[in-house]
Design a protein around this ligand. Structure first.
Ligand code: C2O
Ligand code: CU
Ligand code: CU
Length: 518
């Protein structure tokens, strides 16, 4: 089904060579003022020919118990809850061809699930045992810029970094992953990442499924390609980046999960570097969506499909009948693309993800409440600034990411509207650090119900303009920026990222990294 085989890679340049070629080709094209189509065509097709759809539906031999990442047990010290994390290289048995070299946190692949309550003071010690510099970023978390784990908070090999903040946001499924500029795709692909669950009293009072690993289950979905010796193949990049033909859930290949209760809460996290998923169940059944990136929706919604682009999360409730089996799959998605681009970005792929085997006797589950949360719409009338972000090729507002340039200065404790436009034929998405936003409209129309809650990452269909509204809460720092970027990690690495600082009223930005600017 693929248009290349495992051996075919030997004819191709190595990854670093290719990335360099691609970068150089890209910069040359920019210099020539190349058209969008010329840039799009070099990102894959001109090198490798058109891609073919990957279809694995009905072909995955589900056989391995779904691995449940352990919940990290923090120690309590001086009023803080303290997590000790070590980023390390290891090997993981995944395929028969051989153990795979992988990277993980406190283990060989992925990391523990961190859990903290609203109001908790968290301290995370991250030790880098990888042999190369990296960072650990807290995706979706409202925190001081210095604790954000972005590209300015590098952890040298052998070094340890401590970050602390007070958790101050609603219950949500957040996550963490490396963010070294230019290397994020590789570090995530090799296995670094994990879930961070925020709890609060309002959510606890709702009686939603809450037994971790039993009826409240992390589902971290990633696509990989294996080479003939069982190693992760850093494979061809098409428009959005690398698209694997093999799905891992929580680092488990061909996973099976045994359901033991009438209702199961699935915390879906798309931790893939490039692939978007159109999740649904093999019999087309409805499920309830209860939460988006930043926490619970106002009310549950009934869906048969949920689309998640890289970095996005959703919590859904699966109703099961005793004795049945049902598979979670990814179905072809309407990403608003041309036929060629749909193919090249994996939107036509149809994938088996995870099999649920339901026990003969099920524990009772409570009804899902009809109201879940209060979500006050942020007031459009009250915005302090409206800004435009135009995504074209690998640039935002005509510029590639520059670590020494602050692109945007925001005043602390104000509300802004960001008008984000994908002026490109290629799919992108948009993620903003530090805040959760609301989608005001998409090309002037109200967004679908799935997008009505708190979001930190959102899909940008080609040629669409999204208006996002957000409040920049209490953390300010004139010298340390947060990031906004496309979360297709190859795009981010190549430079589709910008930096903003949050400052006190009337303050200007302070010099970054010793260099002076605007
Ligand atoms: Cu999930 Cu800037 O990252
Ligand atoms: Cu982030
Ligand atoms: Cu992108």
């Amino acid at each position: 089904m693929k248009n290349f085989n495992a051996d075919g890679r030997h004819q191709h340049p190595t990854l670093p060579q290719r990335l360099e070629l691609e970068r150089r080709g890209f910069l040359r094209l920019l210099g020539l003022g190349a058209s969008v189509t010329a840039i799009a065509s070099f990102t894959g097709c001109s090198f490798f020919g058109p891609r073919e759809a990957v279809v694995t539906v009905g072909q995955v031999d589900f056989r391995n118990p779904l691995r449940i990442p352990p919940v990290a047990q923090p120690v309590r010290r001086d009023g803080q809850i303290v997590f000790d994390l070590a980023m390390q290289a290891g090997t993981t048995p995944l395929v028969a061809a051989g153990d795979t070299d992988t990277w993980g946190i406190n283990g060989s692949i992925l990391g523990p699930t961190l859990r903290a309550g609203r109001g908790d003071h968290v301290l995370v010690n991250v030790r880098n045992e990888l042999g190369e510099a990296t960072t650990l970023h807290w995706h979706g978390m409202h925190l001081p810029a210095i604790a954000d784990g972005g590209p300015h908070q590098m952890i040298a090999p052998g070094a340890e970094q401590a970050s602390s903040w007070k958790v101050d946001q609603p219950a949500a499924t957040l996550w963490y992953h490396p963010h070294p500029h230019g290397q994020t795709e590789k570090h995530v692909y090799r296995g670094l990442g994990g879930m961070f669950i925020v709890d609060d009293d309002d959510e606890a009072a709702l009686d939603l499924p809450h037994a971790y690993g039993v009826d409240d289950v992390p589902i971290i979905v990633q696509d990989k390609t294996f080479d003939a010796s069982g190693q992760f193949l850093e494979t061809e990049r098409y428009d959005t980046g690398m698209l694997g033909d093999t799905i891992l859930v929580n680092g488990t290949i061909a996973p099976v999960f045994e359901i033991t209760t009438e209702r199961t809460r699935l915390r879906l996290l798309n931790a893939s570097t490039a692939r978007s998923y159109g999740f649904g169940f093999s019999d087309g059944r409805e499920f309830m969506m209860i939460a988006s990136d930043g926490g619970l929706l106002a009310a549950p919604i009934r869906l048969t499909r949920i689309q998640l682009t890289p970095g996005e999360r959703a919590e859904i409730i699966l109703d099961a009948a005793a004795g049945e089996t049902v598979a979670l799959r990814s179905y072809p998605q309407a990403l608003g693309l041309s036929d060629r681009q749909a193919l090249d970005s994996g939107a036509d792929d149809e994938l088996d993800i995870l099999l649920f085997r339901v026990a003969a006797e099920l524990g009772a589950s409570s009804e899902i409440p009809v109201r879940l949360a209060e979500i006050e719409p942020l007031e459009v009338a009250a915005v302090a600034a409206t800004r435009q972000f135009d995504l074209q090729s690998f640039q935002i507002n005509g510029q590639l990411m520059d670590m020494n340039r602050i692109d945007t200065v925001v005043t602390v404790d104000t509300t802004e509207i960001w008008e984000v436009r994908n002026g490109h034929g290629t799919p992108h998405n948009f993620h903003i650090h530090d805040v959760q936003f609301q989608v005001v409209d998409i090309d002037g129309r109200r967004p679908a119900a799935e997008l009505a809650g708190w979001k930190d990452t959102v899909y940008l269909p080609p040629q669409a303009t999204l208006r996002l509204i957000m409040r920049f809460g209490k953390h300010s720092d004139p010298a340390v920026p947060y990031m906004y970027h496309c979360h297709m990690l190859w795009h981010e690495d190549v430079g589709m990222m910008g930096q903003f600082v949050v400052v006190e009223p009337g303050r200007d930005i302070a010099p970054l990294d010793g260099s002076h600017h605007g």
